[in-house]
Design a protein around this ligand. Sequence first.
Ligand SMILES: *[C@@H]1O[C@H](CO)[C@@H](O)[C@H](O)[C@H]1NC(C)=O
Ligand SMILES: *[C@@H]1O[C@H](CO)[C@@H](O)[C@H](O)[C@H]1NC(C)=O
Ligand SMILES: *[C@@H]1O[C@H](CO)[C@@H](O)[C@H](O)[C@H]1NC(C)=O
Ligand SMILES: *[C@@H]1O[C@H](CO)[C@@H](O)[C@H](O)[C@H]1NC(C)=O
Ligand SMILES: *[C@@H]1O[C@H](CO)[C@@H](O)[C@H](O)[C@H]1NC(C)=O
Ligand SMILES: *[C@@H]1O[C@H](CO)[C@@H](O)[C@H](O)[C@H]1NC(C)=O
Ligand SMILES: *[C@@H]1O[C@H](CO)[C@@H](O)[C@H](O)[C@H]1NC(C)=O
Ligand SMILES: *[C@@H]1O[C@H](CO)[C@@H](O)[C@H](O)[C@H]1NC(C)=O
Ligand SMILES: *[C@@H]1O[C@H](CO)[C@@H](O)[C@H](O)[C@H]1NC(C)=O
Length: 436
Amino acid sequence: MHILFHIIFILLAFISHEHKANAAFVPPYSSVVVPVNKHIDAAKPLYSVQIMTAYVNSQYTHSNFLVDLDAPLIWHECILQWNTFEGSCPTDMLCTYPASCEEYQCTDVRTMYSYQNPSCPPVTNDSTIPDWGYCTCPVNVLNPITGSCGQAQLNYDEFTVNTSDGRNVLTGLYGAYPNAACAPSSSFQSFPVNVTGVMALSTSPYALPAYLNNPLKRTMALCLPSKLSTPGVLLYGTGPYNLLPNSNIDVRSLLSFTPLIKHLDSFGYFINASSIVIKTRSIDIPMNTTTKLSTTEPYTTLRSDIYNGVVRRFFKVTQRIPPATPVAPFGLCYNTTINGTQVGIKVPDIDFVLQDGKKWSISTANSIKQVTKDVACLAFVDSGPTSEPGIVIGAFQFEDNFLVFDLENSTFGFSSSLLRKQTSCSNFNFTLINSP
Ligand SMILES: *[C@@H]1O[C@H](CO)[C@@H](O)[C@H](O)[C@H]1NC(C)=O
Ligand SMILES: *[C@@H]1O[C@H](CO)[C@@H](O)[C@H](O)[C@H]1NC(C)=O
Ligand SMILES: *[C@@H]1O[C@H](CO)[C@@H](O)[C@H](O)[C@H]1NC(C)=O
Ligand SMILES: *[C@@H]1O[C@H](CO)[C@@H](O)[C@H](O)[C@H]1NC(C)=O
Ligand SMILES: *[C@@H]1O[C@H](CO)[C@@H](O)[C@H](O)[C@H]1NC(C)=O
Ligand SMILES: *[C@@H]1O[C@H](CO)[C@@H](O)[C@H](O)[C@H]1NC(C)=O
Ligand SMILES: *[C@@H]1O[C@H](CO)[C@@H](O)[C@H](O)[C@H]1NC(C)=O
Ligand SMILES: *[C@@H]1O[C@H](CO)[C@@H](O)[C@H](O)[C@H]1NC(C)=O
Ligand SMILES: *[C@@H]1O[C@H](CO)[C@@H](O)[C@H](O)[C@H]1NC(C)=O
């Protein structure tokens, strides 16, 4: 069955190539679609994408991978196995094919696309597969939760995702064949329950976008949910992008765009922020301050000079809200129990002014985090006087904001809060419909 599916995918690849040659092939889908879930059972809030990783007993195995905008390489729980035959892979385990240490990908990943840190153990060429006769290719990877270095074995992987017209899920499937890496289940102990991998969504040639090819356009839309109960969405490919309840409105019409900035030594995404405006008063961001986008940093972190300016101003414009003793890691908190009743607080927007004067507005839902029943805090964190990057925009600020990474034109699109547009990231219609 496994082999049969390979053949079908190869056939599909041939068909689309032939059509491309005629320059008239219009695929029935505009993008691939993946649900995004939020997790709060690890050391920090995190988000995962769900993809299909194997076809066993006539059904797909679904696996959850952490969303990581930064990682250079995809890695997950699996076992390397050569000449996989029916039943040779332990049940409930996923087996993939090894890449050998002699293949160019091995040297490539080891020298440029693996985690380079003095804390990492030296990599060796020891073979770990009996009867294979070749050395495998261990590479170093970063655990984005603990910050520690781990080791994974480079492999040939096989991912399947659903296709979409931007509005629903279509019946057609899309196959991607990355060189990813396999790690033992012990590597995922610090991860949320049922999350057993890291999905690199960076600009690295070994990240997922590099394996989602023609006819898909090189654009990634990411919409992180704020709720645990209903998934958000990741769409890769050109629009339209439609969300309920008005699935006739293309979310692209709600976006502002700013250039993505290249940054040496990183495959992540960076933008150019020039100031932060709170109720008409501007807090300048020193020239050349780096602003990074991160889905593994739970809250926006600011270098102390910027943080202090923001907190001073924010404190001033929220003086009517009773304060509370700060709860780590936050520095400014509010008492949300007034006269014995829990109240929702409403605060002024925090606007990031970007290159060309574009404004990313952070409204209450993305600036105030309810920490306990009666304490809510400004969800920004002081990252110290010399932190580099000076600004990291974190995942809490992304929730229910529609984000587009246009890798072809190197621009970043953002909607600000969808809640103000009467929709949210949990409003993608995942109903399956037949491909036209
Ligand atoms: C793909 O779509 C099918 C049919 O709706 C669904 O059962 C499956 O869970 C989807 N897979 C993923 C990874 O979303
Ligand atoms: C592993 O083997 C490859 C190919 O023989 C070689 O180029 C590389 O230097 C070896 N690496 C280590 C760490 O021994
Ligand atoms: C983890 O996955 C198992 C099997 O798919 C499922 O039964 C269980 O509910 C999941 N747990 C969580 C916390 O999602
Ligand atoms: C900003 O970077 C540019 C180019 O690297 C440099 O010429 C300039 O002096 C820097 N400005 C500041 C204020 O550091
Ligand atoms: C919040 O204020 C109420 C009085 O209105 C007080 O009883 C309560 O202890 C305060 N809670 C915190 C966490 O400061
Ligand atoms: C709290 O209740 C008292 C008495 O009912 C009232 O005078 C006061 O205005 C209330 N305070 C707030 C902040 O609602
Ligand atoms: C960031 O924007 C400022 C002013 O808008 C501009 O001078 C600077 O060159 C930009 N930096 C980069 C790296 O594009
Ligand atoms: C890049 O920009 C061009 C011109 O504005 C546009 O036609 C194209 O669709 C854009 N690419 C993507 C992936 O959106
Ligand atoms: C979701 O899409 C299906 C198929 O187009 C449609 O029948 C259904 O009404 C949609 N759901 C909502 C809530 O609009």
